[in-house]
Design a binder for this molecule. Structure first.
Ligand SMILES: Nc1nc2c(ncn2[C@@H]2O[C@H](COP(=O)(O)OP(=O)(O)OP(=O)(O)O)[C@@H](O)[C@H]2O)c(=O)[nH]1
Ligand SMILES: [Mg+2]
Length: 468
């Protein structure tokens, strides 16, 4: 279903899932790729541009915090729903009116006859007693085709192969139709929407008085669907659209958007030649499937792990070089906040496993949001040298930072102190537990100090001395 449009959009999704950093460049890449897939789907260039602009604006306003990828996906998802139809429409079938008449109109070869049988099948599966009525007197093979399709759908078919007047056919079967809940009426097409076709539709409309009229449009014509939707809407009241041949065309996106643009609600989509290749069109479900949201969540999970691995490696390298700046500390604490149980998380971050289970560190990671904010202001007021080497900090620097950030000097001192403790421990661990040789690192990581030798416990105690 919509394989091509879907696959280009899935590429956009993969790009997001696999990105290591969510930054302006990624968002720009995503927008460009989306634009490309929209144009491939035969969406009008001006519309594709408009969508890109909107996304760009929304992304710059809304993409914040930790769950950036989810936010981009959500933004794309909502934007696509917006353009691909927004609301879910159903034909309102009046069960008390027998028969409830649904007529299909459309140009030559768009799938009217096939769709009449498909829609009939769709409603019969939902408990309605359905018949098909053939009023296409132009195409010689039309009655037979409808009969064949009706047989596949297990529906009663009313056709007259000799009669050339559609109204006479209707009169002939009128009484028999009363037994049915729903009658699907197949009508004749034309090459173009000319007066001849309009007059025929109007005439049939007057006599047959269909309760609903469904315009059939072939999905593979892309944005040209707009002209058809507008033209038919002028000629008669269209209640909804059946968009056929969405299987195997990249242009389905353009056709759907055209229908949405012209306010012609798509009710059904045709996804193949078989009788059950029909779906009611629900934009939300459709877009989810189009984007492969089911797989996407999995992909995001996997991506998260992959990124963690990459970032872990980078972090590990830095730690092994003895680097752990104030900014690193801030980022780590921030990243870990609100992400789940501390013990579980700290296993993922190099160095921190040694600290899990330590009460004081739990406290540190659970630092209040506003305290974190003040730390951030303080760090932002520091020079690169101070961030990299907080050892250079003295009282005049602290008072400068305090003034610049409006954070009390005592809190800045606390921040520097916490950093020192954390850095010593983390780097120690990263560098192969130099000071703690002989201690099972896994036990240490679990905070499992039982059964350790007294000598080793003393070593650890010494390391934790600075912590309150
Ligand atoms: N792949 C695919 N083919 C379809 C779909 N709907 C219809 N078709 C095919 O399109 C061709 C035309 O379908 P018809 O139902 O005969 O179209 P029509 O509008 O009744 O044509 P006329 O009566 O000649 O105006 C047939 O070969 C159908 O099998 C669809 O959703 N997918
Ligand atoms: Mg036909």
């Amino acid at each position: 279903m919509l394989d091509k449009f879907g696959s280009t959009l899935k590429n956009v999704m993969n790009k997001i899932a696999n990105a290591v950093f969510v930054d302006k460049k990624l968002i720009e890449d995503v927008i460009k790729q989306l634009q490309r897939s929209l144009i491939e789907a035969d969406v009008d260039i001006s519309i594709a541009r408009e969508i890109s602009e909107k996304l760009r604006k929304k992304a710059s306003e809304n993409i914040r915090g930790l769950e950036k990828k989810e936010q981009i996906v959500d933004l794309l998802y909502r934007e696509l729903i917006e353009i691909l139809g927004k609301d879910y429409y159903e034909l309102e079938i009046n069960k008390d009116k027998k028969p409830f008449k649904i007529m299909l109109v459309g140009l030559y070869g768009v799938g009217k006859t096939t769709s009449a049988a498909k829609i009939g099948f769709y409603y019969s599966k939902r408990g309605y007693k359905v018949a098909l009525l053939g009023l296409d007197v132009h195409r010689p093979a039309a009655p037979e085709q409808l009969e064949q399709m009706g047989k596949k759908a297990n529906l009663t078919v009313f056709v007259d192969k000799d009669e050339k007047n559609p109204l006479a056919i209707y009169e002939k079967f009128k009484d028999k139709l009363l037994k049915f809940d729903i009658v699907l009426i197949d009508s004749a097409g034309r090459d173009v929407l000319n007066n001849e076709l309009i007059n025929e539709i109007k005439l049939v409309h007057e006599i047959v008085k269909p309760d609903k009229i469904i315009l059939t449009i072939a999905g593979d014509i892309g944005k040209a669907a707009k002209k058809q939707a507008e033209g038919f809407a002028k000629a008669c009241k269209i209640n909804g659209v059946m968009l056929t041949r969405l299987d195997g065309t990249a242009k389905g996106g353009g056709a759907l958007i055209s229908c949405s643009e012209t306010k012609s609600p798509v009710i059904f989509i045709g996804t193949g030649e078989k009788i059950n290749d029909i779906e009611s069109y629900d934009p939300e479900a459709f877009v989810s499937r189009l984007l492969g949201m089911g797989d996407l969540n999995l992909l995001l999970e996997k991506a998260k792990l992959a990124i963690e691995e990459k970032q872990q490696k980078k972090m590990q390298d830095r730690l092994e070089e003895g680097k752990f700046t104030l900014s690193d500390m801030y980022d780590q604490i921030k990243a870990m906040q609100g992400m789940g149980p501390l013990n579980k998380l700290s296993e993922l971050i190099p160095g921190l496993s040694a600290l899990s289970g330590k009460k004081d560190f739990s406290k540190l990671f659970n630092a209040q949001e506003d305290k974190m904010k003040r730390w951030k202001y303080a760090i932002d007021s520091m020079t690169p040298l101070e961030k990299e080497n907080p050892e250079v900090m003295n009282s005049s620097r602290i008072s400068r930072i305090s003034k610049g950030s409006n954070v009390p000097a005592s809190e800045i001192k606390e921040l520097i102190n916490q950093h020192k403790i954390m850095k010593d421990l983390i780097i120690q661990q990263a560098q192969g537990m130099k000071g703690l040789q002989g201690i099972d690192p896994e036990k240490l990581a679990r905070g499992d100090l039982q059964g350790m030798k007294k000598k080793d416990l003393m070593k650890i105690a010494k390391k934790f001395k600075g912590m309150k």
